[in-house]
Design a protein around this ligand. Sequence first.
Ligand code: AMP
Length: 282
Amino acid sequence: MNTQIVRELSGLRSLVAQWRASGENIGVVPTMGALHEGHLALARRARSECDRVVVTIFVNPKQFNNRDDLAKYPRTEESDATMLSPLGVDVIYVPDVGDVYPPGFSTTVHVAAVSEALEGEFRPGHFDGVATVVAKLFGMTQADRAYFGEKDYQQLLVVRRMARDLNLPVVVVGCPTVREADGLAMSSRNARLGKAERMIAPALHAAMRKAAKAVAGGTEIAEALAAARAEILGAGFSGIDYLELRDTETLAGMDEYDGPARLLAAAWLGGVRLIDNIEVEG
Ligand code: AMP
């Protein structure tokens, strides 16, 4: 089956209208491109659950709070298309930034509470950009199901909340984080790690696993987190934005283990900011 690359909304709309008229359901996988196995796992899951699959590639300027990060974000459309076509993806939708945000564009979707801590604190405006573009992509694709990675756990919660609050007729499906063999969570930003940094990078996940195990085994949360921080910095990371145990659903802080929890972290390795999160069982 052929994968079509569509750049115009009118083209996407007419395909969507045909699919809908035939009673087919639609899955969407929103991405910023520079695809890796993590993205492909989302596309495969969508393929197995939906009649039609649209993968969107759009480097959304509104979700970058750092101009340098936006400028350096990898853009690899040709190899992205090569990776997607064997998966049976129907459409790769690659809108132009001027079409997504035409002159006069005035709407921002802000999801309170769950977007405020963690990434929200360190990347002001980031989740407004995410929620706004995801709401638009849901409108453009009219997807029945949308696939997001747990890799960006807070983003998954923000999108779920937004879809519920706005009564959008889409099921938000969370998919497990895909990792390299050494535990490093796959990310488009990993390509920016130097050779020495790439060797250090798995220390983040290793320290998080150790801390999660310690908490599950009854160690005080503060003690387990302090040990993990020391381990991450000792391995060669230059800074930690946050390393925190939070409620799985609300992301509320936890001083003592109190039901389903998630350990979430963001740390700097050289000039690259890595994020990761894992489930913590009590
Ligand atoms: P991005 O292109 O980074 O905006 O990511 C697009 C989608 O892929 C988001 O839903 C991410 O959570 C998801 N994703 C990115 N990396 C991974 C990974 N390692 N495992 C699973 N999903 C991922």
